[in-house]
Design a protein around this ligand. Structure first.
Ligand SMILES: [Zn+2]
Length: 375
């Protein structure tokens, strides 16, 4: 299997005089990938005509999106990244000006991470792709790497196998535990650093503004900047958490990464901003899960999804059913929202998320509650 990475260096459209009115088109004579592009446009026009003839109101065909972006093969572009001053680097593209093909220079806008990524060992360079957005254009540099990894069935037979389990939550974004020979050897908590609270406040502001402005205008987006801010914060938190998970995995070569199978939870109850905040938190979980899997696979770590049933309810030490509680002014208050876990059978007390994370290992090895029962 191959892991793929698309790293991009964006460039600003500066509208050089030489290419006015001309779209960026790769050279058809040398580019095999671009040949089907005219067919795409023709196909769209045909379906559009059919739709207009049918007289239906619904099902208007959308404009063809560029899911097949033109690949820039050698001869259609040059890129000089050897320049020390990054502000001076340009990308040269062969563009069609409407009558002739000409080389045009575009200023690039890429960062040091891109350079780091390109120089990373073990990754193979593929032909870059030109991706045209509504307002911007970017060149995506595809990299691929061949990964060798053991199958899970093989790994499970290894008595020295190290398992890294992750429990995803809201306040503690991830609780990572490492287990070998039946013992927890390392634990790491990744806190959300107040993200949940901040997001709740932002969503509250959005709800208030929407209430003030009354009926929403159809086809118009409101509070775009706030939403963008929330999205960016979420993405950032997801990447950082995934990074933390992979950092732990990297310390144990040949380990297996365990996740709970994510449930689809519908946010219900509470105020509008509270519901929205829960929805965002659930989406964040999915994002962390996905990113961590991808990042871990690039390092040769395979991930497994385990049965999540009862991971937060049963005791990770003896397997009995426990309860949640929290401490309020030194008093134990048992309740659903408690942060701590208590086992009435063996009197074990710990952080509830830590207990859940330990249970993920139990679920993988089919111990206690997750034991395979004889039919
Ligand atoms: Zn117990």
């Amino acid at each position: 299997m191959r892991s793929r990475n698309g790293w991009r260096a964006g460039y600003q459209e500066s509208g050089p005089s030489g290419s006015e009115g001309g779209s960026v088109k790769p050279d058809l004579a040398t580019n095999r990938g671009a040949r089907f592009l005219p067919y795409k446009a023709r196909g769209y026009l045909t379906t559009l005509r059919k739709w207009q003839h049918s007289g239906k109101k619904k099902g208007k065909p959308g404009i063809p999106t560029a899911s097949n972006h033109p690949t820039l093969y050698a001869g259609t572009y040059t890129l000089d990244l050897d320049e020390l001053d990054l502000r001076k680097s340009f990308v040269r593209l062969k563009v069609y000006t409407g009558s002739t093909w000409a080389w045009v220079q575009y200023p690039t806008r890429y960062n040091r991470y891109f350079e780091q990524r390109r120089a990373e060992e073990g990754w193979e360079q593929e032909s870059p792709k030109l991706v045209l957005g509504k307002r911007s254009a970017a060149i995506h540099f595809l990299q691929s790497k061949t990964i060798k990894a053991r199958k899970i069935v093989e790994s499970k037979r290894d008595p020295d196998l190290v398992t890294v389990a992750v429990d995803l939550n809201v306040k503690q974004l991830a609780v990572i535990t490492v287990r070998q020979h039946g013992k927890i050897t390392q634990t790491r908590f990744v806190s959300d650093r107040g993200l949940d609270q901040a997001r709740f406040r932002h969503l509250g502001r959005i709800a208030k503004k929407q209430w003030q402005s009354g009926q929403a205008v159809k086809g118009e987006r409101s509070n775009q900047q706030l939403w963008r801010h929330i999205r960016r914060q979420n993405t950032d938190a997801a990447h950082k958490t995934a990074r933390a998970i992979v950092e732990v995995c990297e310390r144990y070569p040949g380990c297996v990464l365990l996740f709970e199978r994510l449930r689809t939870i519908k946010a219900a109850g509470g105020s509008k901003s509270r519901r929205r905040n829960r929805k965002q938190a659930n989406q964040l979980k999915g994002k962390i899960n996905q990113l961590a899997k991808e990042k871990a696979y690039a390092k040769g770590v395979v991930s497994v999804e385990v049965n999540p049933h009862g991971t937060s309810q049963y005791c990770s030490r003896c397997g009995a059913k426990g309860m949640r509680f929290s401490l309020m002014a030194g008093q134990r208050v048992t309740g659903k929202g408690g942060k701590l876990f208590y086992c009435p059978s063996c009197h074990y007390e710990c952080h509830a998320d830590f207990n859940a994370s330990c249970n993920v290992h139990r679920s993988f090895f089919r111990e206690f509650h997750w034991e395979i029962r004889a039919p």
